[in-house]
Design a protein around this ligand. Structure first.
Ligand code: MN3
Length: 337
């Protein structure tokens, strides 16, 4: 009887609470950041903007039936998500990181300094802290409209500066530079407009004085050994994603009896298969099984394209696209090992 009650309580709380993302508390009061950011901006930014992202994220996740997915998972496959999930998962993740790396100088607090390991990495990749600061400032200043500037640990374990529009970030499969961000600067006007108006440069200097390099150093060490970084490395394969998009459009329509997309796009599918076969396979997937599967995939797509050229019957087309789909899932399956 007891276990039945437990089960009941669990399933109720699971249904109601399991997936809700929540607004993190700030470590300091809104007025503690005055040296760089005024209290009103901090308050609106945290309690209105960030709260809004969290609320809209929960709504978008439930509308997309993605409850149970981790925040990283939502970000990682952003190109497959709705715009609501993409924008608000980014909004929540990016602001959470932003608050964590800002520490005001007060009686009880001061920003930490860089660890030896990040100091060496910065020297190796940028030359000096000052050179890194310049690159970050340029990335932030050049970002047209709203977005973020990043310091990123890439799958090769390099440190790279990048920027992204809106609430995108380097974890997302839509990002040019992939990796784990360990430092992010919000360059949306809502982050600085009250005090700095259009002077984004002045805001960037002010942010620099709040950056907690102790926290960034911890994030650097954590990122180097993170399973997420290994996952990004495996998934960082644009040609595979491009092939998958065309395959999804043609195969799923054919399954429902609509062969028009397949007849129209068999050439594009073949072209993507050739590009995929020629592409650089991500390091963790460099295995003979993967290369061989890609060769078979290209051949089958070529054969399928020929069938379409001969105006073949639906039954023959279906058989061939199913074969293509099966081989692709061998590759996908191998990828998710
Ligand atoms: Mn913001």
């Amino acid at each position: 009887m007891k276990s039945i009650i437990y089960l009941f309580v669990f399933s109720i709380s699971g249904a109601i609470f399991a997936q809700d993302f929540t607004l993190p508390e700030l470590q300091f009061s809104y007025d503690a950041y005055e040296q760089g950011i005024d209290a009103k901006t901090m308050e609106i930014h945290h309690s209105k903007h960030h709260r809004g992202y969290v609320r809209k994220l929960n709504k978008a996740v439930s509308e997309s039936k993605l409850e149970g997915k981790s925040l990283e998972d939502l970000l990682m496959y952003a190109s497959y998500r709705t715009l609501g999930v993409r924008n608000n998962s980014g909004g929540h993740y990016n602001h959470t990181l932003f608050w964590e790396i800002l520490t005001p100088t007060t009686e009880k607090s001061a920003p930490g300094i860089p660890s030896k390991s990040i100091e060496n990495a910065i020297k190796k990749h940028f030359g000096s802290m000052d050179a890194l600061r310049k690159q970050l400032s340029v990335a932030a200043a050049k970002r047209f409209g709203s977005g973020w500037a990043w310091l990123v640990v890439t799958p090769n374990k390099d440190l790279v500066v990048s920027s992204s529009p809106n609430q995108d970030n380097p974890i997302m499969d839509v990002s040019d530079v992939r990796g784990i961000p360990i430092l992010g600067i919000d360059v949306w006007e809502h982050a600085y407009y009250l005090r700095y108006q259009n002077k984004r440069g002045d805001y960037l200097s002010a942010i620099w004085s709040l950056l907690d390099w102790g926290v960034v150093s911890e994030k650097y060490d954590a990122a180097l050994n993170s399973p997420l970084l290994a996952k990004i490395e495996k998934e960082n394969w644009p040609e595979k994603n491009a092939f998958h998009k065309v395959l999804a459009q043609t195969f799923h329509a054919a399954e429902k009896g609509d062969f028009k997309p397949l007849r129209n796009m068999s050439g594009a599918l073949y072209a993507q298969a050739i590009l995929l076969q020629d592409s650089d396979i991500p390091k963790p997937l460099l295995k003979p099984e993967v290369s061989l599967a890609l060769v078979r995939l290209e051949k089958k797509c070529g054969a399928l394209n020929k069938l379409v050229g001969k105006n073949a019957r639906e039954k023959a087309l279906m058989k061939m696209i199913v074969a293509v789909h099966d081989i692709f899932h061998e590759v996908q399956g191998l990828c998710h090992d």
